[in-house]
Each structure stands twice: as C-alpha cells, then as structure tokens.
Write a protein that binds this ligand. Structure first.
Ligand code: ZN
Length: 334
C-alpha cells in the first residue's frame, strides 16, 4: 500500500492531507461527503481512510495493511464496515432502514463503525429523510462517508450535517493514463484531455464518431491552408460548414484548431513538447521549421478573433473565409 498511498497523494494531495490530519488530531467526525468527479479517487481514498481509522498498527498516519483489521477491510469482511450502492436508479428507503438496523446491531465488534454510501445523491426524499434522522442522532461511535459526483443534488439538510471534502479534478497526465487504460489511443486521449478533465466526458468524446470527424476535419484544414488557400476554402465548404452547424460545434472546432496552432508553437520552442495532436508531430515540426513566432501569434489571434465573431453571430461562411485568408497569410513568404 505504501506505493499506493503515494499515488493517492499525487492524485489528491489536499484531501489526503486533510484526512491524515483529522486522524492525527483524533478529530474524526460523524459524517463526511466526498465530492468529486468520476476517476478522482473517492472510493480508493475512502478505503484508505477507513483502514486508517481502524488499523491496529498505523504508522505516520498510514494504515499498516497487514493487521487483522486492515486485511478484513481489504477483503470486505470487517463486520463494522457497511457499503451501500443504489438498488437500480435510487437508494431506496428500505436499503437505508436495513443499513441503520445493521449499524446498531450488537453483533458488531467494539470500536468504530463506518458506512459508505455510494452515489449518495441518488437518495430519494424519503431515503434522505430517514438517513437524516440517523445522522442527527448517531448511536455510538459511527462514521458515515457519502460519495457523490453531484454535491448540489444532495439535500441541504444532509449537506449541513456532513463535512464537505472536495476532491480536485484529475491532473492531465493522470487522465491521459486512465484514458489509455480504457483502450483509447494516446493521440485521441491527448486531444480529449485538452477539452475536459472529467473522465466520463473524455471517454464518451473519444468514442464519439462525430468528434473523431471534427478532429480530422480540423487537422486537414491546418495541413491544407498552408499550401493553398483555395483548397482550404474547398475544405471549408465541402466539409467544415456541413459538419459544424450548431454554434457549440463551431466553437469546439475553433478550439480544436487553436490547439493545433498552439501545438506548433510548443513544438517550435521544444520539439519534445507534449501535444494535443501527437499523431501530427512530424507535420508540426515541418510547419514550425518554416514559420516564425510572430506569424504563429497572428494565426492564434485570427482564430480567437473568429471565435469572437461567432459570438457576435457573424455569417459563418464569411467568418471562415476571413479566417482562412488570415491563417494563410502566415505562410505567404514560404
Ligand atoms: Zn493495519
């Protein structure tokens, strides 16, 4: 676990410090809400915290992993730990009742009892109110850990009974690793991780055919505009304008275009840079070799300007024609 603890600290340095301090100062509360997006380590850190609280031989605010309690928690066999997941769409009132009666049974061992509510935002009102009563009058040494990806969906009365532990978004390099573990290519993972740091959103973008098409269209445009503006305009009319109709789609496509030019700037400064489009690296190097920072800066400005014009509802064909001319100007000397 030592190595694992280090990983958790990289993923959530603030949260880990918070929880270790709570343990060190012996200030364990009755209830916590772990609030963070999917993939931010809520479950793993809940497990770490539970072990820490029950470990027979903790050292430096880290559980030993070898004592009887650590082992039983790891295998899900500790009688004082209960976990609850939604039954179907909701956490039902019967589930909460059963949980409460389980927590108050005498068959439990002496010492702290802990329950974990997964997707705590999926309690309906009656479940939430039943839980609330239990949170208000906890019997004995009981600690609740509520996990949620949607803090604002939890009843304010429950929020106010719990300590709010806010998890940070995933750092890009860790998200990249997680996406590749899902079978997503490094190239695609690099691109989607520039647009979102939510694991679910990133995965669904990476599997979205329309997004793959948008990515391709944008890259085609970057390749074409430096060679021949007429050909670039052809791509605009035959592909871009037909593919991107909604304002949000155009906005995202312009962002993807912006990232391409940022890549080129980065590669020009340092050929080892991490890119939004690593699959284009050779091409970026080639372009970077034949342009200047001033021209790249003008091109980035031109894209930002097009983005503003989009917000002002400028005619979209006109907007793109203007943009192509501005982007191409960067290459007139070549
Ligand atoms: Zn232990």
């Amino acid at each position: 676990m030592a190595e694992n603890v280090e990983e958790l600290k990289v993923l959530q340095p603030v949260v880990m410090k918070q929880l270790q301090t709570i343990f060190e100062k012996n200030r364990t509360g009755h209830a916590y809400i772990f609030d963070g997006e999917k993939g931010t380590g809520k479950k793993e850190i809940a497990m770490f915290f539970i072990k820490l609280l029950l470990c027979l031989n903790p050292s430096k605010n880290v559980p030993c992993e070898t004592c009887r309690n650590c082992k039983r928690i790891e295998t899900g066999n500790h009688p004082n730990i209960k976990q609850l997941e939604p039954d179907g769409q909701f956490i039902k009132i019967d589930q909460i009742r059963e949980l409460i009666s389980g927590m108050t049974k005498t068959s439990m061992e002496a010492g702290r009892k802990i329950y974990v509510l997964h997707h705590a935002d999926r309690m309906n009102t009656s479940s939430a109110n039943t839980l609330l009563k239990f949170l208000e009058e906890p019997e004995g040494n009981v600690t609740a850990i509520l996990l949620t990806e949607s803090y604002q969906s939890i009843l304010p009365t429950i929020q106010s009974r719990c300590q709010h532990i806010k998890f940070a978004s995933i750092p890009r390099d860790i998200l990249l690793k997680q996406l590749q573990e899902q079978g997503i290519t490094f190239s695609m993972a690099s691109t989607v991780s520039m647009l979102t740091n939510n694991l679910d959103t990133a995965i669904s973008l990476a599997h979205d055919e329309q997004f793959a098409h948008a990515r391709k269209t944008v890259l085609k445009l970057v390749e074409t505009v430096r060679k021949n503006v007429h050909e670039a305009l052809f791509v605009v009319y035959e592909d871009w304008l037909l593919s991107f109709k909604e304002k949000e789609e155009i906005e995202r496509a312009l962002d993807l275009l912006l990232f391409a030019y940022r890549d080129i700037v980065a590669v020009k400064a340092n050929p080892q840079s991490s890119c939004t489009y690593p699959d284009m690296l050779q091409s970026w190097k080639e372009i970077a070799l034949h342009t200047t920072y001033d021209r790249l800066s003008d091109q980035l400005q031109a894209i930002l300007h097009a983005r503003q014009n989009l917000q002002r509802n400028m005619n979209r064909s006109l907007l793109m024609e203007q943009l192509m001319l501005n982007l191409q100007e960067g290459y007139t000397f070549v």
